[in-house]
Design a binder for this molecule. Structure first.
Ligand code: ADP
Ligand code: MG
Length: 284
């Protein structure tokens, strides 16, 4: 394995909620410039894991390391200051407020001093537009309400914001699950871009077609425990599918559908085989 210091690491982390053991003895490492995909059924502990990394929960046991240094976050704001940006599924955005407003969320650049200090909207708008166009989204009007953007574009505002404010670790909890194919591909492309910019990315999804193309490694959780981390070279798309929530069900559904198709085809063939005899019928 690599000798590099991981950008983010969990060492023997457990998280208990009273008598519920949501995470038990999890160790996981993600390097800079790498995408780690977290897999596991509902209730496996995926959200608890990322909430522990992003300062929402404190680990009951174990240690978090950021770039080799032991860290303990009192709140998500501390994790964000340290460079761990998390995009939760229920995005913290205000639909009626502008793209610029949502991009800066209270961290707008200012001009002036003392009582004359005010937000530099021109500059704020320019930065927001620039950062959005860097990820391939052309915003015509940055004062446009965020609610008028598509779901994928809104996810991208959240990701662009994280990158702009210097995130080193980007955590995404099912960012593509509510999106159509085209919108999801925008988000996936941006995940790939964050990786090539050198961020460590942790990505939760239930969709193997979203996970497999962008992931470098997969960590599988089951009932709060880790079944291990697998490098992409070691594992096929089918194996990943089997590890995902509902993977087994999807596979048997696939098999059923294939059977239907086959019997359809057989029916067509046999009716096709009858056709010549039918067309011959009048001549006899
Ligand atoms: N705040 C909490 N209090 C008590 N139990 C919790 C809390 N958060 C999560 N859990 C429990 O921890 C387990 C893992 O949940 P979660 O991390 O949300 O799973 P996943 O995201 O993989 O679906 C579940 O059994 C869940 O009920
Ligand atoms: Mg979850």
């Amino acid at each position: 394995m690599s000798e590099r210091t991981p950008m983010i690491e969990m060492r023997n982390v457990s998280k208990h909620f009273g008598s519920v053991i949501a995470l038990s003895d999890i160790s996981m490492q993600v390097q800079a410039g790498e995408v780690m995909c977290l897999l596991g059924d509902n209730g496996a502990g995926k959200s608890t894991l990322i909430k522990t990394l992003s300062g929402v929960h404190r680990p009951t046991e174990g240690e978090l390391l950021l770039n080799g240094e032991s860290v303990r976050f009192k709140s998500p704001a501390y994790a964000l200051d340290a460079g761990i940006a998390t995009v939760f599924q229920d995005l913290a955005m205000i639909p009626l407020m502008s793209i610029t407003r949502n991009f800066f969320m209270g961290r707008e650049p200012t001009v002036g001093w003392g009582p004359l200090k005010r937000i530099d909207w021109k500059r704020a708008d320019r930065i927001a537009m620039q950062e959005m166009s860097r990820i391939g989204i052309d915003v015509r009007d940055p004062s446009q309400p965020v609610g008028t953007l598509s779901g994928g574009e809104r996810q991208c505002v959240a990701i662009a914001r994280a990158v702009y404010f210097g995130a080193r670790v980007l955590i995404l909890d099912e960012p593509t699950s509510a999106l159509g194919v085209k919108q999801a591909s925008v988000v996936l492309r941006y995940i790939a871009k964050a990786r090539s910019d050198g961020l460590a990315v942790i990505f939760i999804t239930h969709n193997v077609h979203h996970a497999y193309p962008v992931a470098d490694a997969f960590t599988l959780l089951k009932r709060g425990g880790s079944l291990g981390t697998f490098r992409k070279e070691e594992i096929s798309r089918e194996e990943v599918l089997n590890m995902m929530a509902g993977g087994a069900e999807l596979e048997s559904l696939d098999a059923e559908l294939a059977e239907f198709q086959q019997s359809d085809r057989q029916q067509q063939q046999s009716s096709g085989a009858n056709a010549p005899s039918l067309s011959q019928a009048p001549s006899t």
